[in-house]
Design a protein around this ligand. Structure first.
Ligand SMILES: [Zn+2]
Length: 349
């Protein structure tokens, strides 16, 4: 929870993940199991846990979240922006944003005319929206805001008995699974485990590709946040994943058809450890770093496991506490139970 809170409250839009990268780097360094911590030139952060063998298991999660990059500033200080990652333009007007790569934290809103002036009736395009901080262009410059400055939704983590409410669970929940493995793996694993916190997933799986090329893994596990639509008005065949029913395993999406032999192996471990999981409904849509990782070298079996989140890619997302717990438990269970000899029986080498 402490990690999750820090991770989601920080700012790390796609392409600008430094704050998250620094945190992951420092936290990996504090782990007893992690013997080596590295960062590559694109910004991916690696924590290496030596195993009994040199065969590599890559455990990946992406650090970036959706955000906005300033593309124009008027003299009065109104800022146009371009999207970093995908979100529904309908949710943007009247949301609060925060700039943190500045001399001091600057907050603003994405402006919308009030209803009696015609606002709210039509869906505005991103090019018609603007960020208003109340500062003019000169004042913004003094604060360090210029073309290319980035901001994210201004949301801090909240919770009740059942759920967390916050932004960026996609994929800080995965980052937090990585940290939990670093802290809680007790025995020396069979595989050498490379925990990989990647960048720019939301821009097209870019960091994941570099990470896979850097690590050259034999097998990979990807921890994610995905969408759950088990809400009023949606039929069960549209739910995609079921909130509160455990990590959702991807069988098929736009970027990968999962290898069932590998999924079976993972399910066996989850069952043995009594961890609840579900299948994500197959869709020819969406994708994760696995889309790039599984294509490396002579093929890398990948399994994507995601916490179901409601209202993903928005300022306020819900994640069930049971799903979060199960994700963390599954991460440690898989890293502990993965055996090279088992997988050799399946794949022949
Ligand atoms: Zn994601």
């Amino acid at each position: 929870m402490k990690d999750l809170k820090k991770l989601v409250n920080l700012t790390g839009p796609a392409g600008f993940e430094n704050e998250i990268g620094d945190l992951m780097f420092e936290r990996f360094k504090k782990s007893k199991a992690v013997k080596e911590v590295k960062r590559d030139r694109i910004g991916n952060v690696y924590g290496i846990i030596p195993g009994k063998t040199e065969n590599k298991l890559m455990v990946a999660a992406h650090m970036d979240e959706v955000g906005f990059i300033v593309s124009y500033i008027s003299d009065k200080g109104f800022m146009r922006f371009a999207p970093l990652g995908g979100y529904d333009k309908k949710i943007l007007p009247n949301s609060k944003v925060v700039f943190r790569d500045t001399k001091k934290t600057v907050k603003g809103v994405i402006g919308l005319n009030p209803p009696h002036a015609g606002g709210g009736d039509k869906v505005l395009e991103i090019k018609d929206l603007f960020i208003d901080t109340g500062y003019d262009k000169k004042e913004l410059e003094k604060l360090g805001i210029k073309l290319g400055s980035v901001c994210v939704f201004d949301t801090t983590l909240d919770e009740n008995e059942n759920v967390y409410i916050g932004k960026g669970f996609d994929d800080r929940v995965g980052c937090s699974v990585l940290l939990n493995i670093a802290d809680n793996i007790k025995m020396k694993p069979d595989f050498t485990i490379v925990l990989a916190a990647t960048v720019q997933e939301e821009l097209g799986l870019r960091g994941g590709e570099v990470a896979a090329r850097t690590i050259r893994p034999d097998y990979a596990l990807i921890f994610e946040g995905t969408y759950s639509m088990d809400t009023p008005g949606n039929r069960p065949d549209d739910w995609t994943s079921y909130f509160g029913h455990g990590p959702a395993i991807t069988l098929f999406d736009r970027t990968m058809a999962a290898d069932r032999k590998y999924i079976d192996y993972i399910e066996k471990i989850a069952k043995k450890e009594k961890i609840k999981y579900q299948y994500k409904q197959p869709r020819n849509a969406g994708g994760t770093d696995a889309g790039k990782i599984h294509l490396m070298d002579n093929g890398v079996p990948c399994c994507v496991m995601a916490a179901p989140c409601r209202y993903i890619h928005s300022a306020y997302t819900l994640m069930h506490k049971d799903d979060y717990k199960a994700m963390k438990k599954l991460g440690v269970a898989l890293c502990t139970n993965f055996k090279y000899s088992d997988l050799k029986k399946i794949y022949g080498f």
